[in-house]
Ligand binder design. Structure first.
Ligand SMILES: Cc1ncc(COP(=O)(O)O)c(C=O)c1O
Length: 393
């Protein structure tokens, strides 16, 4: 490799911004194994503990028996197998939309969908804390992109006024998340829906960290706030609370047909493995069931316990943190965050240090995620370890 890559890596290292892979030698769950040692895992988005659930494993195994391992082609060629369509029907029913379309990842969903919705002369207004996939999709579209400060509706409103004035007759797409991935707080959905209506804009909502966690049967924040009908493009991932991989867009039949014709990451990519679609369907079925709702309520018990026990001082605001399964422990300095994560790892806890560019420079944090699969004891011992380490109450 040319020297400049080595030099740039060294520069990253000096700023404590270098990243490394770690090998997990077990299945996902509240306990995982790294290099022969067990760790309590507070790093995953497997909020309901479904990634290694027997129902999902069984669904995947029986789909492998019937459909094999690979999909063989893209969806529009010959890769659409029964599990894909069953999953899309179930997703549409669960979310209460006319139709749904699956992508092989959330990243692919954003990258394919946004450029299909808007082009060069249109406008995208995107929340500053949106996930990289949404930012990249917005950039790829070539539309005029304006980023508004996180959740600041006044600013969004003035941008909407500007866009309507300066880009008369063009499409305006508002892009945001319902639960923000690194902060765990919510978008002000009711107000956003109001603005969407007033300015005749389109609203795309990424519910990646809300589905399975929030709303009746885990249908997300839009369902919880009863505004699903006013969200034009409902995105979610299958890779977090639903325990598998891939993502979906739910919306009108016309929207889905349009994406089938225009979303390049859908068209020009091999279909997801049928076994993954079958496992995701089992997850949707589970969420729609009484047992699934019980699991979701158990998650909320665990969230409340974490909220109660985590020393207050490091949290980004009490009310904010307790609204999802994500607890951002803001440290600020990158090296200090790495030190804290590695001290926790020595104590047997895996908690990821999140640094720039995932979050802003100087806003490094431990991102603690709690799942329904954690025991009370595991949560208590993490909080105790943090308390000892930081001398905070
Ligand atoms: C808000 C948000 N959207 C999209 C994605 C991308 O999803 P995937 O991991 O399935 O590519 C993620 C996380 O990875 C995310 O946090």
């Amino acid at each position: 490799m040319r020297d400049f890559f080595a030099e740039e890596l060294e520069a990253l290292r000096k700023r404590a911004l270098d990243r490394h892979l770690r090998e997990i030698s077990s299945a996902q769950g509240p306990e995982i194994e790294i290099a022969g040692r067990r760790f309590i895992n507070f790093s995953s988005n497997d909020y309901l503990g479904l990634a290694n659930d027997p129902r999902l494993r069984e669904a995947a195994a029986s789909a492998i028996d019937q459909f094999g391992v690979g999909a063989g082609a893209s969806r529009l060629i010959s890769g659409t197998q029964s599990p894909h369509l069953r999953l899309e029907r179930a997703l549409a029913k669960w979310k209460g939309t006319e139709a749904a379309l699956c992508f092989s990842s959330g990243y692919a969903a954003a990258l394919g969908t946004i450029p299909a919705l808007v082009t060069k002369n249109d406008v995208i207004l995107l929340d500053k804390l949106c996930h990289a996939s949404l930012i990249d999709g917005a950039k790829l579209s070539g539309a005029v992109l304006r980023v508004f400060p996180h959740n600041q509706l006044r600013k969004l409103e003035s941008l909407l006024e500007w866009a309507r004035r300066k880009h008369t007759g063009k499409r305006i797409l508002i892009v945001t998340e319902s639960v923000f991935s690194m902060d765990g707080d919510y978008a002000p959905l009711r107000e956003l829906v109001e603005l969407r209506k007033r300015f005749d804009a389109l609203l795309m909502l990424d519910e990646a960290h809300a589905v399975g966690v929030i709303g009746p049967n885990g249908r997300g924040l839009a369902a919880a706030e009863n505004v699903s009908e006013e969200v034009d493009i409902q995105m979610g991932t299958l890779s977090k609370a639903l325990g598998t991989s891939g993502a979906y867009i739910c919306g009108s039949r016309v929207l889905i047909e349009w994406l089938i014709n225009r979303a390049r990451s859908f068209i020009y990519s091999t279909a997801p493995a049928p076994a993954i679609a079958a496992a995701a369907l089992a997850a949707v079925d589970f969420l729609s069931s009484h047992q699934g709702e019980e699991r979701r309520l158990l998650l909320w018990e665990r969230i409340r316990l974490m909220q109660e026990l985590l020393p207050r001082a490091g949290l980004k605001g009490e009310a904010v943190a307790a609204r999802s399964a994500i607890f951002p422990w803001i440290v600020g300095d990158e090296q200090a965050t790495l030190n804290l994560a590695s001290a926790l790892q020595s104590d047997g806890f895996l908690v990821p240090a999140i640094r720039y560019p995932t979050v802003a420079k100087g806003a490094a944090r431990l991102r603690i995620t709690v799942t329904a699969a954690h025991t009370e004891h595991q949560i208590r011992s993490l909080c105790e370890a943090i308390r000892k380490m930081t001398n905070l109450q």
